[in-house]
Design a protein around this ligand. Structure first.
Ligand code: SF4
Length: 343
């Protein structure tokens, strides 16, 4: 059965026209799902009963099941655990910052990249999510927020999974997040993060989209990077950086390089200097993320003065650098802490 939330408005219009109905009914269905919070086709009372029956026989209604929801102590982060139709589980995180409501979505069950510091990739990839399974994470959270007069306004593809390895589904979800009839979130408020899948970055730069692109860099050279991101063996760092430059040129968007600081591994001054040399002259920002502990991994977060010194070395070399304040650590919702879970 086709998933309703995998269809954009044009596709739903086409499908409805094929059923011999007026295409404008598609906008009514979208309004019920994305604005009015309908729980089933039966709720769509301005549609004829026969048509509602036809819809329910052919399209599956949003079906992501909320298994658990945990708030962080500071109230700024909420982690959601969802059950998919095949019983697999994925997580999303809502991050509140002033009046900004950002959802960090998952795009795969597990992750093929197997980054050394990350809980999501520990068991590799189980399967891709469908566009609907990505969209519904945001739909459910947006419905909750609407009840208190808030809306989701930013999306980051930084949950479980490598977005470039589920490219078509991620782009379909982006089109729904951006669609005025669905979430109406500007492309500039949507961020896709990748470990550096070169063909995906090149493809994205030709899409005429203006989403933000983030490279999970984590090391200043290929040798060290291969140890931290086993997947990086497939893609030489020089090729990735060229593809990122091309993305920046084509889309006029600044590039962000994320660098997870791991004590004794990639946090020495020589690494900071090498990183500054690597990125010299690029229109970019480096976002430093001190490692967030994951059960079963014997890695450590650097001391605060090491992090400060690393940041200062980059700033002195003229690299725009931020240090991400970690939210949601107490509920394992911080970067790299979303784990593959079983019921
Ligand atoms: S950090 Fe991202 S890319 Fe790396 S294993 Fe985790 S989810 Fe995958």
């Amino acid at each position: 059965m086709q998933e309703l939330c995998s269809l954009n408005l044009e596709e739903l219009k086409t499908w409805i026209a094929e059923q011999g109905e007026k295409p404008f009914r598609a906008a009514q269905v979208f309004d019920w799902v994305y604005q009015k919070g309908a729980e089933s086709f039966a709720d769509m009372t301005n549609l004829a009963k026969d048509f509602r029956t036809k819809l329910s026989e052919s399209l599956s209604f949003p079906s992501l099941k909320l298994v658990r929801q945990i708030d962080s102590e500071d109230g700024e982060t909420t982690k959601f655990l969802w059950q998919l139709a095949d019983q697999k589980l994925v997580e999303s995180v809502l991050i509140r910052s002033h009046d900004r409501r950002t959802v960090c979505v998952s795009c795969q069950v597990g992750c093929p990249a197997r980054c050394a510091f990350c809980a999501s990739g520990k068991e590799g990839l189980l399967r891709n999510l469908t566009p609907a399974e990505i969209v519904e994470q945001v739909l459910h959270i947006d419905r909750q927020l609407k009840k208190i007069g808030e809306r989701v306004c930013h999306i980051v593809f930084m949950g479980m999974g490598e977005p470039m390895e589920n490219y078509d589904a991620v782009l379909k979800a982006v089109s729904l997040f951006n669609d005025p009839a669905a979430f109406q979130i500007s492309q500039r408020r949507i961020t896709i993060s990748t470990v550096g899948v070169v063909e995906g970055i090149k493809r994205l730069s030709k899409e005429d989209l203006h989403v933000n692109l983030v490279l999970s860099l984590h090391a200043p050279n290929q040798h060290l990077r291969k140890k931290i991101i086993p997947y990086a063996r497939k893609y030489p760092l020089e090729e990735i950086l060229l593809a990122m430059d091309e993305y920046g040129k084509e889309t006029k968007r600044d590039i962000t390089y994320e660098y997870t600081l791991l004590a004794g591994i990639n946090d020495r001054m020589e690494h900071a200097d090498e990183l500054a040399t690597l990125l010299k002259g690029k229109q970019c920002t480096v976002n430093l993320i001190p490692y967030n502990p994951v059960d079963g991994l014997h890695l450590k977060r650097p001391e605060a003065d090491t992090i400060v010194a690393f940041k200062e070395a980059l700033v002195e070399a003229g690299i725009n650098t931020t240090w991400r304040y970690t939210k949601g650590k107490d509920i394992a919702a911080a970067c790299g802490q979303l784990a593959l879970q079983k019921l």
